[in-house]
Design a protein around this ligand. Structure first.
Ligand SMILES: [Fe+2]
Length: 198
């Protein structure tokens, strides 16, 4: 079985010194949906090269937009086409930290658990007269979850140890809506700018 598409050996990424650079939109090729989970899995497999960037914050979850050049540096060039249209975030989760129910705007995405475990709650409104759907899954290290636009979930670290995950979105996140869910109703409760807090 082929190994994940990761360059090895290679040096660890340097600590961030500025803001992320983004390719010019006109130069960004359309992404293949299959490439998003592949990127998440490959970045998780290359975690040893970026784990030193991770911080933990007791007051709120830590999030970090990984510059495209840094993500490219740990990936096999065969994934650079997918990466050009995507955005990579690193997240840490102390025990008890989590998100509200949220979507990802127009973006599809995938995330991989790198350390610890995360609990994912997924909800969907019911059709008229039908109950909504709700499911919960425990995602341990190595798990990769992928989703399309309009996917609504809540992610929490319910375990007693910290967790780390890597998230890939395409197209890049612009905003995220938060929701409440009561049986069959999914009501939007707010809109947050990507990266501020989710
Ligand atoms: Fe999410």
């Amino acid at each position: 079985m082929p190994s994940p598409a990761v360059l090895s050996p290679a040096p660890a990424l340097a600590a961030p010194t500025g803001t992320a650079t983004r390719p010019r939109p006109s130069l960004v090729p359309p992404i293949r949906r299959a490439g998003v989970p592949a990127l998440a899995a490959a970045l998780a497999a290359a975690a040893d090269r970026w784990l030193h960037l991770v911080e933990y914050r007791p007051d709120s979850r830590w999030t970090h937009l990984l510059p495209s050049a840094d993500a490219a540096a740990v990936l096999d060039p065969s994934l650079h086409r997918e990466l050009a249209a995507a955005e990579v975030w690193l997240l840490s989760w102390l025990p008890g930290q989590g998100t509200p129910l949220h979507d990802h705007g127009r973006s599809a995405g995938a995330f991989a658990v790198v350390r610890g475990s995360l609990t994912e709650r997924v909800v969907a409104p019911g059709r008229p007269g039908r109950p909504g759907r709700e499911s919960t899954a425990e995602l341990t290290g190595g798990s990769v979850r992928s989703f399309g636009a309009h996917y609504v979930h809540q992610v929490t670290n319910s375990a007693p140890v910290p967790a780390i995950s890597v998230h890939v979105y395409a197209p890049r996140l612009t905003e995220m809506n938060t929701y409440s869910f009561a049986g069959d109703r999914l009501d939007r409760t707010g809109t947050e700018q990507a990266g501020v807090d989710w």
